[in-house]
Design a protein around this ligand. Sequence first.
Ligand code: PAF
Length: 293
Amino acid sequence: MRVVKTIPDLRGARAALGQSVGVVLTMGALHEGHLALVRAARQDHDHVLATIFVNPTQFAPGEDLSKYPRPLERDLDLLRAAGVDVVFTPSPEVMYPPGFQTHVTVECVTEGLEGAARPGHFQGVVTIVAKFFNLTQPTTTYFGQKDAQQVVVIRQMVRDLNFPLTIAVIPTEREADGLAMSSRNVYLTTEQRQNATSLHRALQAAGEAYTAGECDPQGLRAAALAVLADCGGEVEYVSLNDPRTLAEVDQPTESPLLMSMVVRYGKTRLLDNGLLPASLNTREGLTATLGGE
Ligand code: PAF
Protein backbone atom coordinates (compact mmCIF):
# COMPACT_ATOMS: atom_id res chain seq x y z
CA MET A 1 0.00 0.00 0.00
CA ARG A 2 1.38 3.41 -1.00
CA VAL A 3 0.85 6.31 1.40
CA VAL A 4 1.10 9.71 -0.30
CA LYS A 5 0.92 13.16 1.25
CA THR A 6 1.37 15.64 -1.59
CA ILE A 7 -0.74 16.43 -4.64
CA PRO A 8 1.99 15.59 -7.21
CA ASP A 9 2.56 12.21 -5.48
CA LEU A 10 -1.19 11.53 -5.40
CA ARG A 11 -1.54 12.35 -9.11
CA GLY A 12 1.32 9.96 -9.91
CA ALA A 13 -0.10 7.17 -7.74
CA ARG A 14 -3.59 7.65 -9.15
CA ALA A 15 -2.36 7.53 -12.76
CA ALA A 16 -0.57 4.24 -12.05
CA LEU A 17 -3.85 2.62 -10.91
CA GLY A 18 -5.45 2.83 -14.35
CA GLN A 19 -9.05 3.59 -15.26
CA SER A 20 -11.29 1.73 -12.85
CA VAL A 21 -10.85 2.78 -9.23
CA GLY A 22 -13.10 2.67 -6.18
CA VAL A 23 -12.58 5.64 -3.85
CA VAL A 24 -13.41 5.84 -0.14
CA LEU A 25 -13.11 9.27 1.52
CA THR A 26 -12.67 9.30 5.31
CA MET A 27 -11.66 11.49 8.21
CA GLY A 28 -9.83 8.53 9.79
CA ALA A 29 -10.64 7.01 13.22
CA LEU A 30 -11.77 4.06 11.14
CA HIS A 31 -14.33 1.50 12.26
CA GLU A 32 -16.26 -1.36 10.65
CA GLY A 33 -18.50 1.16 8.86
CA HIS A 34 -15.51 2.51 6.89
CA LEU A 35 -14.17 -1.00 6.28
CA ALA A 36 -17.54 -2.03 4.82
CA LEU A 37 -17.09 0.79 2.27
CA VAL A 38 -13.58 -0.46 1.46
CA ARG A 39 -14.84 -4.05 1.09
CA ALA A 40 -17.54 -2.91 -1.33
CA ALA A 41 -14.96 -0.93 -3.32
CA ARG A 42 -12.63 -3.95 -3.40
CA GLN A 43 -15.43 -6.17 -4.66
CA ASP A 44 -16.34 -3.77 -7.48
CA HIS A 45 -12.88 -2.62 -8.62
CA ASP A 46 -9.33 -3.92 -9.13
CA HIS A 47 -7.94 -0.93 -7.27
CA VAL A 48 -9.03 1.05 -4.21
CA LEU A 49 -7.85 4.49 -3.17
CA ALA A 50 -8.71 5.91 0.26
CA THR A 51 -8.19 9.32 1.82
CA ILE A 52 -7.70 10.22 5.48
CA PHE A 53 -8.16 13.93 6.16
CA VAL A 54 -9.77 15.60 9.17
CA ASN A 55 -11.32 18.45 7.23
CA PRO A 56 -11.24 21.61 9.38
CA THR A 57 -13.80 23.51 7.30
CA GLN A 58 -16.68 21.10 8.03
CA PHE A 59 -16.51 21.62 11.80
CA ALA A 60 -19.20 24.11 12.80
CA PRO A 61 -18.41 26.83 15.36
CA GLY A 62 -18.12 25.28 18.82
CA GLU A 63 -17.32 21.78 17.51
CA ASP A 64 -13.94 20.65 18.76
CA LEU A 65 -11.67 20.00 15.77
CA SER A 66 -8.58 19.59 17.99
CA LYS A 67 -10.20 16.71 19.94
CA TYR A 68 -11.16 14.70 16.83
CA PRO A 69 -9.36 11.31 17.14
CA ARG A 70 -6.39 10.83 14.75
CA PRO A 71 -5.04 7.26 15.20
CA LEU A 72 -3.14 7.40 11.88
CA GLU A 73 -0.89 4.33 12.22
CA ARG A 74 -3.82 2.14 13.30
CA ASP A 75 -5.94 3.46 10.41
CA LEU A 76 -3.18 2.71 7.91
CA ASP A 77 -2.83 -0.84 9.27
CA LEU A 78 -6.59 -1.37 8.85
CA LEU A 79 -6.56 -0.04 5.28
CA ARG A 80 -3.50 -2.15 4.41
CA ALA A 81 -5.20 -5.29 5.77
CA ALA A 82 -8.37 -4.42 3.82
CA GLY A 83 -6.43 -4.38 0.54
CA VAL A 84 -6.30 -0.64 -0.23
CA ASP A 85 -3.72 0.28 -2.90
CA VAL A 86 -3.16 3.97 -2.23
CA VAL A 87 -3.92 6.19 0.79
CA PHE A 88 -3.78 9.97 0.54
CA THR A 89 -3.12 11.66 3.92
CA PRO A 90 -2.61 15.35 3.14
CA SER A 91 -2.00 18.10 5.71
CA PRO A 92 -4.49 21.01 6.01
CA GLU A 93 -1.86 23.21 4.24
CA VAL A 94 -1.84 20.88 1.23
CA MET A 95 -5.64 21.00 0.89
CA TYR A 96 -6.05 24.69 1.83
CA PRO A 97 -2.83 26.48 0.84
CA PRO A 98 -2.41 30.18 1.64
CA GLY A 99 -4.71 32.22 -0.61
CA PHE A 100 -7.38 29.50 -0.90
CA GLN A 101 -10.70 31.22 -1.64
CA THR A 102 -13.10 28.90 -3.51
CA HIS A 103 -16.07 27.19 -1.84
CA VAL A 104 -18.85 25.01 -3.23
CA THR A 105 -22.39 25.61 -1.94
CA VAL A 106 -25.34 23.27 -2.46
CA GLU A 107 -28.64 25.00 -1.75
CA CYS A 108 -32.03 23.45 -0.73
CA VAL A 109 -30.94 19.98 0.42
CA THR A 110 -28.48 21.49 2.92
CA GLU A 111 -31.07 23.68 4.65
CA GLY A 112 -32.74 21.25 7.10
CA LEU A 113 -31.65 18.44 9.43
CA GLU A 114 -27.86 18.53 10.01
CA GLY A 115 -27.51 21.64 7.84
CA ALA A 116 -29.76 23.57 10.25
CA ALA A 117 -27.97 22.19 13.33
CA ARG A 118 -24.41 22.68 12.01
CA PRO A 119 -24.05 25.99 10.14
CA GLY A 120 -21.36 25.87 7.44
CA HIS A 121 -20.89 22.11 7.79
CA PHE A 122 -22.08 21.10 4.33
CA GLN A 123 -20.18 23.84 2.52
CA GLY A 124 -17.04 22.43 4.13
CA VAL A 125 -17.98 18.86 3.19
CA VAL A 126 -18.92 19.62 -0.40
CA THR A 127 -15.84 21.75 -1.06
CA ILE A 128 -13.40 19.10 0.19
CA VAL A 129 -15.30 16.29 -1.54
CA ALA A 130 -15.22 18.20 -4.86
CA LYS A 131 -11.45 18.64 -4.45
CA PHE A 132 -10.97 14.94 -3.64
CA PHE A 133 -13.12 13.90 -6.61
CA ASN A 134 -10.96 16.05 -8.92
CA LEU A 135 -7.76 14.62 -7.47
CA THR A 136 -8.73 10.95 -7.15
CA GLN A 137 -11.02 10.58 -10.20
CA PRO A 138 -13.23 7.79 -8.80
CA THR A 139 -15.09 5.39 -11.04
CA THR A 140 -17.30 4.69 -8.03
CA THR A 141 -17.22 6.45 -4.68
CA TYR A 142 -18.64 4.83 -1.54
CA PHE A 143 -20.56 6.56 1.25
CA GLY A 144 -22.32 5.21 4.32
CA GLN A 145 -26.07 5.39 4.88
CA LYS A 146 -25.38 6.75 8.37
CA ASP A 147 -24.78 10.24 6.91
CA ALA A 148 -27.82 10.08 4.64
CA GLN A 149 -28.11 13.85 4.19
CA GLN A 150 -24.42 14.01 3.22
CA VAL A 151 -25.12 11.44 0.49
CA VAL A 152 -28.04 13.45 -0.88
CA VAL A 153 -26.00 16.67 -0.81
CA ILE A 154 -23.03 15.06 -2.58
CA ARG A 155 -25.31 13.44 -5.15
CA GLN A 156 -26.74 16.90 -5.90
CA MET A 157 -23.24 18.35 -6.31
CA VAL A 158 -22.19 15.44 -8.57
CA ARG A 159 -25.25 15.99 -10.75
CA ASP A 160 -24.98 19.78 -10.84
CA LEU A 161 -21.23 19.91 -11.52
CA ASN A 162 -21.17 16.88 -13.88
CA PHE A 163 -18.64 14.73 -12.05
CA PRO A 164 -18.24 11.54 -14.15
CA LEU A 165 -18.65 9.01 -11.33
CA THR A 166 -21.14 6.71 -9.64
CA ILE A 167 -22.13 6.91 -5.96
CA ALA A 168 -22.72 3.68 -4.02
CA VAL A 169 -24.49 3.87 -0.64
CA ILE A 170 -23.62 1.12 1.84
CA PRO A 171 -25.96 0.21 4.75
CA THR A 172 -25.04 1.38 8.25
CA GLU A 173 -22.82 -1.07 10.16
CA ARG A 174 -24.14 -1.72 13.67
CA GLU A 175 -22.82 -3.08 16.94
CA ALA A 176 -24.43 -6.36 18.09
CA ASP A 177 -27.01 -4.37 20.10
CA GLY A 178 -27.97 -2.17 17.15
CA LEU A 179 -25.98 1.02 17.89
CA ALA A 180 -24.81 2.54 14.61
CA MET A 181 -21.01 2.52 14.39
CA SER A 182 -19.55 6.00 14.66
CA SER A 183 -16.24 7.59 15.60
CA ARG A 184 -18.22 9.54 18.22
CA ASN A 185 -19.32 6.43 20.18
CA VAL A 186 -16.00 6.48 22.11
CA TYR A 187 -17.15 9.69 23.84
CA LEU A 188 -20.13 7.91 25.53
CA THR A 189 -20.07 6.95 29.22
CA THR A 190 -21.04 3.35 30.06
CA GLU A 191 -24.58 4.43 30.94
CA GLN A 192 -24.97 6.60 27.82
CA ARG A 193 -23.63 3.73 25.70
CA GLN A 194 -26.35 1.42 27.09
CA ASN A 195 -29.08 4.01 26.52
CA ALA A 196 -27.85 4.77 23.00
CA THR A 197 -29.40 1.56 21.65
CA SER A 198 -32.70 3.50 21.84
CA LEU A 199 -32.06 5.13 18.46
CA HIS A 200 -32.02 1.82 16.61
CA ARG A 201 -34.99 0.53 18.60
CA ALA A 202 -36.90 3.71 17.73
CA LEU A 203 -36.18 3.18 14.02
CA GLN A 204 -37.30 -0.43 14.32
CA ALA A 205 -40.54 0.65 16.03
CA ALA A 206 -41.26 3.09 13.19
CA GLY A 207 -40.43 0.35 10.65
CA GLU A 208 -42.87 -2.03 12.32
CA ALA A 209 -45.60 0.63 12.44
CA TYR A 210 -45.00 1.30 8.71
CA THR A 211 -45.27 -2.44 7.91
CA ALA A 212 -48.51 -2.56 9.90
CA GLY A 213 -49.95 0.12 7.58
CA GLU A 214 -49.05 3.42 9.28
CA CYS A 215 -48.17 5.93 6.55
CA ASP A 216 -48.92 9.13 8.46
CA PRO A 217 -45.65 10.87 9.47
CA GLN A 218 -47.28 11.90 12.78
CA GLY A 219 -47.97 8.24 13.64
CA LEU A 220 -44.48 7.14 12.58
CA ARG A 221 -42.83 9.88 14.64
CA ALA A 222 -45.02 8.94 17.62
CA ALA A 223 -43.88 5.30 17.34
CA ALA A 224 -40.22 6.39 17.41
CA LEU A 225 -40.71 8.98 20.16
CA ALA A 226 -42.44 6.41 22.39
CA VAL A 227 -39.17 4.44 22.41
CA LEU A 228 -36.99 7.56 22.76
CA ALA A 229 -38.98 8.63 25.85
CA ASP A 230 -36.61 6.35 27.82
CA CYS A 231 -33.43 7.16 25.88
CA GLY A 232 -31.71 8.98 28.76
CA GLY A 233 -30.59 11.78 26.41
CA GLU A 234 -32.03 14.90 24.80
CA VAL A 235 -33.95 14.22 21.57
CA GLU A 236 -32.88 16.98 19.16
CA TYR A 237 -35.09 15.90 16.28
CA VAL A 238 -37.01 13.03 14.74
CA SER A 239 -37.82 13.96 11.17
CA LEU A 240 -39.56 12.39 8.18
CA ASN A 241 -38.34 13.61 4.83
CA ASP A 242 -38.61 12.88 1.16
CA PRO A 243 -35.37 10.92 0.59
CA ARG A 244 -34.62 12.64 -2.72
CA THR A 245 -35.42 16.29 -1.95
CA LEU A 246 -35.16 16.13 1.86
CA ALA A 247 -38.37 18.20 2.04
CA GLU A 248 -40.14 17.53 5.33
CA VAL A 249 -43.19 15.29 4.89
CA ASP A 250 -46.20 16.01 7.11
CA GLN A 251 -49.01 14.29 5.18
CA PRO A 252 -49.68 10.55 4.81
CA THR A 253 -47.87 9.18 1.75
CA GLU A 254 -47.30 5.96 -0.15
CA SER A 255 -43.83 7.16 -1.26
CA PRO A 256 -40.64 6.05 0.56
CA LEU A 257 -39.63 8.16 3.54
CA LEU A 258 -36.32 8.90 5.24
CA MET A 259 -36.64 8.88 9.02
CA SER A 260 -33.70 10.70 10.70
CA MET A 261 -33.05 11.34 14.36
CA VAL A 262 -30.46 12.97 16.58
CA VAL A 263 -30.16 12.34 20.31
CA ARG A 264 -27.69 14.32 22.38
CA TYR A 265 -25.84 12.59 25.23
CA GLY A 266 -23.94 15.35 27.01
CA LYS A 267 -21.83 16.95 24.27
CA THR A 268 -22.11 13.91 21.97
CA ARG A 269 -24.71 14.06 19.20
CA LEU A 270 -25.73 10.60 17.99
CA LEU A 271 -27.34 10.36 14.59
CA ASP A 272 -29.26 7.49 13.02
CA ASN A 273 -31.66 7.02 10.15
CA GLY A 274 -33.51 4.51 8.06
CA LEU A 275 -35.62 4.39 4.94
CA LEU A 276 -39.27 3.36 5.17
CA PRO A 277 -40.17 0.78 4.06
CA ALA A 278 -37.28 -0.84 5.92
CA SER A 279 -36.76 -3.25 2.99
CA LEU A 280 -35.06 -0.32 1.16
CA ASN A 281 -32.14 -0.32 3.63
CA THR A 282 -29.94 -2.45 1.38
CA ARG A 283 -27.08 -1.31 -0.86
CA GLU A 284 -29.40 -1.45 -3.89
CA GLY A 285 -32.34 0.29 -2.20
CA LEU A 286 -30.20 3.00 -0.59
CA THR A 287 -28.16 3.67 -3.71
CA ALA A 288 -31.26 4.00 -5.89
CA THR A 289 -33.17 6.10 -3.35
CA LEU A 290 -30.44 8.38 -1.95
CA GLY A 291 -27.49 8.19 -4.34
CA GLY A 292 -28.92 7.44 -7.80
CA GLU A 293 -29.52 9.76 -10.73
O1 PAF B 1 -18.12 11.43 5.94
C1 PAF B 1 -16.98 11.89 6.21
O2 PAF B 1 -16.16 11.24 6.87
C2 PAF B 1 -16.59 13.27 5.71
O3 PAF B 1 -17.65 14.15 5.75
C3 PAF B 1 -15.94 13.25 4.31
C4 PAF B 1 -16.92 12.77 3.25
C5 PAF B 1 -14.71 12.34 4.32
C6 PAF B 1 -15.50 14.66 3.92
O4 PAF B 1 -14.56 15.17 4.81
